[in-house]
Design a binder for this molecule. Structure first.
Ligand code: RRO
Length: 335
C-alpha cells in the first residue's frame, strides 16, 4: 500500500443533521448488508456506510452473469437480491452495533413496489436504528417486476417520499436516476415532499453485446453502468440538482480518487458516494481517496466549505488535460 497522507484538514461534514468525520459514503449494494463488511468499510475510512437495498419480501435477484468490467466502467444487473426487510433488520442492528464505537453512521436502504410498501419498509428498517434511510426509487434492473421506476415521475417520487416521511422520523435520502429528462424537476418534487437529502445518482441503464454471437452479455440483457463512464453524467446531475434545491446531495458516480471527490463537491455535493472505486482500487479505496482529498485541500489551503458548489460561481472555463482517473490505473489493468 502506498504511503497515506494524514494531515490536519477538517473533512467533517453533515447530512440531514448527521455528522460524518469525512464526506466519503459507501454506496449501497457494494458490500451488501453483511455487518462485518460494513464494519470493514468504516475501519478503512468511510465517513458513513450504506447497506444493500432491501424490499418488503425477499428477492433472489437475476441469474449470472450479473456484473462485468467493460473497460470504461462496470455494468451490473444484480436484480435487487436481498433477504427481505424483516430479515435485514437483524443484520442492520448488528451493523449499527459494530459501527457505533467507530462513530460511523449507518444508512439503511429500502425499495418497494408501491408507495405504501415504501412506508412499510421504512417503518420496519427504522427498528434497527439507522442514522438515515436511503429511499431507492431508481434501481434500473427491476422494471419487469415493478413497472416504471418511481424516479421517472415527479408525482410518484413525491408520493413515495411522503409515505416514508409519515412512517418514520429518521431522516430520509431519496436516490434519483440519471435516466430522466429533467432531474432537477424530480429533485424539487421530493424536496417539497419532505426529503431530507438526495443521492444523485443511481447507475445509468446500458447493455453489452457479444460481437461473435450477437447475444446480450448480461443474463438480464440490460444493466446499470457505474464507474468512470458515469462520472460526467453524475457531475451534470449534481450540478443541476444543486441549482434547484437546498437539501444536501450525496454525489455518486465514478468517484475513484480524491480529485474526483473535489470535482463532485465543487459541483454542489455535500458528500460523495464511493462504489466502483472498491473494484478499481481495492479494500483501501476509502483510505486512499480520503488521503488524496486531504492532501489536495491542504496543498491549496482550501476547506470543503470553500470548494462546495464553486462550479456554479466559477467564471472561467480552464482548458485542462484530463489524466487517467487514478494514477497508474491503466497499467494496473493491462491497458
Ligand atoms: O440490485 C441491483 O441490480 C441494483 C440496484 Br437495487 C440499484 O439500485 N442500482 C444498480 O445499479 N443495481
Amino acid at each position: 500500500m502506498c504511503a497515506l497522507h494524514s494531515g490536519s484538514a477538517d473533512l467533517s461534514c453533515r447530512i440531514a443533521g448527521v455528522r460524518l468525520s469525512n464526506p466519503l459514503v459507501l454506496a449501497s449494494g457494494i458490500w451488501g448488508t453483511s455487518p462485518t463488511l460494513l464494519e470493514r468499510a468504516a475501519r478503512s475510512g468511510a465517513g458513513a456506510v450504506t447497506a444493500k437495498t432491501c424490499t418488503t419480501s425477499a428477492r433472489r435477484g437475476h441469474r449470472n452473469p450479473t456484473a462485468i468490467d467493460w473497460g470504461h466502467g462496470l455494468i451490473n444487473a444484480m436484480g435487487l437480491p436481498n433477504p427481505g426487510v424483516e430479515e435485514e433488520v437483524s443484520l442492520l442492528e448488528e451493523a449499527a452495533r459494530r459501527l457505533a464505537p467507530l462513530g460511523v453512521p449507518l444508512i439503511a436502504s429500502i425499495s418497494a413496489d408501491t408507495a405504501e410498501g415504501f412506508g412499510k419498509a421504512a417503518a420496519i428498517v427504522a427498528r434497527a436504528g439507522p442514522a438515515l434511510i436511503e429511499v431507492n426509487i431508481s434501481c434500473p434492473n427491476v422494471q419487469s417486476d415493478h413497472g416504471e421506476m418511481f424516479a421517472a415521475s415527479a408525482e410518484e417520487a413525491a408520493e413515495v417520499t411522503r409515505a416514508v416521511k409519515s412512517a418514520t422520523s429518521i431522516p430520509c435520502i431519496v436516490k434519483l436516476s440519471p435516466n430522466v429528462p429533467d432531474i432537477a424537476a424530480i429533485a424539487r418534487a421530493v424536496a417539497a415532499a419532505g426529503a431530507d437529502a438526495i443521492t444523485a445518482i443511481n447507475t445509468m441503464p446500458g447493455m453489452l453485446v457479444d460481437a461473435e454471437t450477437g447475444a446480450a452479455v448480461l443474463a438480464n440483457r440490460t444493466g446499470g453502468i457505474s464507474g468512470p463512464a458515469l462520472k460526467p453524467i453524475a457531475l451534470r446531475c449534481v450540478h443541476e440538482i444543486a441549482g434547484a434545491v437546498d437539501i444536501p446531495i450525496i454525489g455518486t458516480g465514478g468517484i475513484l480518487s480524491g480529485v474526483d471527490a473535489v470535482e463532485m463537491i465543487s459541483a454542489g455535493a455535500a458528500c460523495v458516494g464511493v462504489g466502483s472505486a472498491i473494484f478499481y482500487r481495492g479494500q483501501d479505496a476509502f483510505a486512499l481517496i480520503r488521503s488524496e482529498l486531504e492532501r489536495w485541500l491542504e496543498d491549496r489551503g482550501l476547506t470543503l466549505d470553500e470548494i462546495r458548489g464553486r462550479t456554479r460561481r466559477a467564471r472561467e472555463n480552464p482548458v485542462i488535460s484530463n489524466p487517467p482517473p487514478v494514477p497508474g490505473w491503466e497499467a494496473r489493468h493491462g491497458r
